[in-house]
Design a protein around this ligand. Structure first.
Ligand SMILES: [Mg+2]
Length: 257
């Protein structure tokens, strides 16, 4: 079997899909995209596609390694999202060619179901509380919300209190046993993160996400000891090498690859 063609499809407002075709008629689909950079990722797929034409699509690991290591510059949001979309499409082809699901090829299913949270957004306590109640009514046992608007390097306690009021309203709306994740989106500089993370402790959150940006990861050494809430991070990390330090140092409790 040989790869004959790669085609990307930009779907507004933010998606990009990839179709990989083969000479045996088996077609694989992947999603090479990162928000706001769909065209850049599609261009990266185009740059990587020369290598793939004529190759056997079933040699997935070999292709991944060449496409990752073959260039002088490696990694980052664009390159890794392009590579991920290609990887998905190649696995899709392999599964279809063998007549089995990809989960079977990767070792078989581990769960029949998985707990998920619902994003509830909302910046005002009344909105978030109502959205949280609605999510719980739909059967969710966990929700995730915005932590805060942008905080300056050293900001006012008024904004901290607004965040606390928002979280308190959600906790009150859903009761003590629903999981609440609070996403800081890396919008909080370390001095205010220290304040906020400590103040959030009484609300028994499921996790705090990106209390600082991944590139300021070293700040977590100071922040993690200030709270008993699990810390989540990783949606802006793109490879096992990006996660190496996170895993070895142990300040992050939940990784979000
Ligand atoms: Mg996030």
């Amino acid at each position: 079997m040989k790869i004959t063609k790669l085609t990307t499809y930009i779907v507004p407002p933010r998606w990009c899909f990839l179709k990989i075709e083969t000479d045996e008629g088996v077609v694989g689909w992947g999603e090479p995209v990162v928000e706001g950079r769909a065209h850049s990722v599609a261009a990266a797929v185009e740059e990587l596609s020369d290598y793939l034409i004529g190759k056997d699509p079933r040699h997935i690991e070999d292709h991944w390694t060449v496409l990752y290591r073959g260039g002088f510059y490696r990694g980052g949001a664009i390159h890794m999202s392009a590579l991920a979309g290609i990887d998905q499409a190649l696995w899709d082809i392999k599964g279809k060619a063998l007549g089995v699901s990809v989960s079977q090829l990767l070792g078989g299913p581990v769960r029949d179901s998985i707990r998920v949270y619902s994003w509830i957004g909302g910046d005002r306590p009344a909105d978030t509380a109502a959205a949280a109640r609605e999510a719980v009514a739909r059967g969710f046992t966990a929700v995730k919300m915005n932590g805060t608007e942008e905080l300056q390097f050293v900001d006012s306690y008024e904004k901290v209190e607004a965040t606390l009021a928002n979280v308190a309203a959600v906790r009150e709306a859903v009761g003590p046993h629903i999981g609440i994740g609070v996403d800081f989106h890396g919008r909080v500089h370390k001095p205010m993160a220290k304040v906020l993370i400590k103040e959030l402790d009484p609300y028994k959150l499921m996790f705090i996400e990106e209390p600082v940006l991944s590139e300021n990861y070293e700040a977590l050494k100071e922040l993690a000891p200030l709270t008993s809430i699990p810390i989540a991070l990783g949606e802006r990390l793109y490879s096992r090498w990006d996660f190496k330090r996170i895993l070895s140092e142990g300040y992050v409790d939940i990784i979000q690859p």
